[in-house]
Design a binder for this molecule. Structure first.
Ligand code: PLP
Length: 395
């Protein structure tokens, strides 16, 4: 098909040209004496994106799932009791991993479309006088349902109970896109990946840990090898890796972090909010609902849009793909066929969001939805034209 193939899934996201070009370099020697000139500034920049000043970051040649595993294996011990909740595909998979790695998981099941049950966490933590819970897990942004959870609330629950458990956060589809401040939130392990807010191909598991997580590491009893903090620290401190690093991705990460930090984290968060608001107004105008059950859970990186009961969201997705060259995100697991998702994160602007909305709108009309042409795109345009956008600085 002529024209761009539009990508509006919630990761992998669109890659800025500067990042793509930065990765288009000849292979280089990862043991060369000047290799640390590349790597050491990257560690610092990534820490800034997480707002982590107390600890350090680990960059694994894995996906986000690897960083989940690294966080568990390096800070906890088999049989440790942990508190988790599940309300979507990814929070579910994290519970599954914790169970398979032999943790004693106390899991709270919530409806899909809800977020971390902060009050239930608070009650359980208060009742745990003997501090049996060694860690509390929270999925910041559940990508499957478009739900953002209240991590500050989880921190408060820990503090109010004076509870020393580690706070483990899945920030795969939040970090670098929506407000996240690791220091302020007292997050001990925050997991991310390269293919979402970091605007890179998949292939890096990014883990940002606090000094308390590094302390906990000293008594962690898991066997570990590939994800070992010790091996990483020993080599990273000199600017190298314990195995062959994904050098191209590191080059891209360097530029992507520069772009995020030059724009400014607050500006990046504000841009995501403004663009997401355009999508939400379109959904309203179409007469449809989000999977997120309450506005407090609306995600600024992904919207999961519920289709009417007599429709199958997969038809919308396949029509958008085959007829309009546009990838929308599919519904995962129990919301398969019930929702389609628009990923609105990373390297994105108003025109791109309008493209996503018009492709979705055309596909829905083709699939017999009762939608007036231009209704969703129209309100998004009105939102974008009537709310202030950061002005382009002309040289
Ligand atoms: N957690 C969340 C919230 C995600 O969205 C994803 C992937 O989409 C993952 C974890 C797993 O990351 P990966 O696919 O990079 O292993």
């Amino acid at each position: 098909m002529p024209g761009y193939k539009h990508l509006f899934i919630p990761g992998p996201t669109n890659i800025p040209e500067e990042v793509r070009m930065a990765m288009n370099v000849a292979m280089q020697d990862m043991r060369a004496p000047d290799f640390p000139n590349l790597t050491k500034p990257i560690f610092e920049k990534v820490q800034k994106v997480f707002r982590n000043t107390t600890g350090r970051v680990f960059l694994y040649p894995s996906s986000g799932t690897g960083a989940w595993e690294a966080a568990i294996q390096n800070t906890l011990s088999p049989g440790d009791k942990v508190l988790m909740s599940r309300f979507g595909q990814f929070s579910n998979l994290w519970v599954d991993m914790a169970q398979r790695l032999g943790l004693d998981v106390d899991v709270i099941d919530c409806a899909w479309g809800e977020g971390v049950p902060v009050e239930a966490y608070a009650e359980k933590l208060k009742a745990d006088k003997t501090h049996d819970y060694k860690a509390v897990f929270a999925t910041h942004n559940e990508t499957a349902t478009g739900v953002t959870s209240d991590i500050a609330g989880v921190r408060r629950a820990l503090d109010d109970a004076n509870h020393p458990a580690l706070l483990m956060v899945d920030g795969v589809s939040s970090v670098g896109s929506i407000p996240f401040d690791q220091d302020a939130l007292g997050v001990d392990c925050c997991v991310s990946g390269s293919q979402k807010g970091f605007m890179l191909p998949a292939g890096l598991g990014i883990l940002s840990v606090s000094k308390w997580a590094l302390e906990a590491h000293k008594t962690s009893e898991y066997g570990r090898c590939f994800f070992s903090f010790e091996d990483m620290i020993k080599t990273n401190d000199a600017g190298y890796f314990p195995y062959t690093p994904a050098t191209q991705l590191l080059r891209g990460l360097d530029v992507a972090c520069d772009m995020i930090l030059d724009e400014g984290l607050e500006a990046v968060w504000a841009r995501h909010h403004r663009l997401a608001e355009g999508v939400r107004r379109a959904v309203d105008a179409w007469g449809l609902k989000l999977c997120a059950k309450e506005p407090k859970w609306h995600s600024d990186t992904v919207s999961a849009i519920v289709v009417p009961e007599d429709k199958d969201a997969r038809d919308v997705i396949s029509t958008a793909y085959t007829k309009y060259n546009t990838s929308l995100g599919t519904g995962l697991d129990r919301v398969m066929g019930k929702v389609f998702r628009i990923g609105h994160l990373g390297w994105l602007n108003e025109g791109m969001v309008c493209t996503a909305l018009s492709s979705a709108e055309m596909a829905m009309i083709d699939c017999g939805f009762d939608i007036t042409a231009g209704s969703g795109v129209g309100v998004a345009i009105r939102h974008f034209t009537e709310t202030p956008a950061p002005a382009l600085k002309l040289a």
